[in-house]
Design a protein around this ligand. Structure first.
Ligand code: SF4
Length: 210
């Protein structure tokens, strides 16, 4: 644990002097990652091998948010490294983006057992970390991969089949909901809409850079 995080931990013991939670006090992705790695705020930590905080450019203009780590991610400690991750790599490559250029994370940082969807209380416990990552990285564009990310960052009533492909300007971010790569593996007909969504992202990204 770094000195900064140790100090934050000590400060958090004096709740009247420092009521803000640790993750809101973190000033860098490294500090935040240490805090998340030590987390036991929900039951998911008991059933996973390691916490998968996310990876990529700490100053990325584009951040991709999935649901949670699967078996391969839990073993590797990295996001999107299984079959869905390889497909995501291909999608990124097709639009001339690399993993090192973007930041890739998830709504929950610990693997739900049997790859089930995270439960509402688990999402609630972990969401502040995602918000803290967004605060520190400050991406211009956020791509929500799948319904859970869209429901968490856009609106609980979001339906990815209905709302994908439509930009949402919220909380200072341009958000693009689209299908999760795992959905494309199950149903290849979703590849075209995802391709169109990523084309829209690149177009907007180029406009922002210009
Ligand atoms: S899923 Fe999130 S809230 Fe739950 S233990 Fe892991 S890091 Fe903490």
């Amino acid at each position: 644990m770094t000195e900064n995080v140790k100090q934050l931990t000590l400060l958090s013991d004096f709740k009247t002097e420092s009521p803000r939670p640790l993750w809101e006090q973190a000033n860098s992705l490294e500090e935040l990652t240490e805090i998340i790695t030590a987390c036991r705020r929900c039951r998911l930590r008991d059933g996973c091998h390691q916490v998968v905080c996310g990876e990529g450019n700490p100053k990325a203009d584009i951040m991709l948010v999935g649901e949670g780590p699967g078996k391969a991610e839990d073993e590797a400690g990295r996001p999107f490294v299984g079959a869905a991750g390889r497909l995501l790599d291909n999608i990124l490559k097709a639009v001339d983006l690399s993993r090192s250029e973007v930041f890739i994370g998830n709504v929950v940082k610990c693997r739900p057992p049997g790859n089930r969807l995270p439960l509402p209380d688990e999402v609630k416990a972990c969401e502040p970390y995602l918000r803290a990552q967004l605060r520190i990285i400050k991406p211009k564009i956020v791509i929500c991969l799948g319904a859970l990310a869209g429901k968490t960052l856009v609106d609980p009533s979001l339906r990815v089949t209905r709302d994908r492909g439509q930009w949402v300007d919220k909380d200072g971010f341009l958000i693009m909901p689209t299908f999760h790569p795992a959905a494309l593996l199950r149903d290849p007909r979703k590849k075209r809409p995802v391709w169109e969504d990523f084309q829209s992202v690149i177009k907007r990204y180029d406009q922002l850079k210009a």
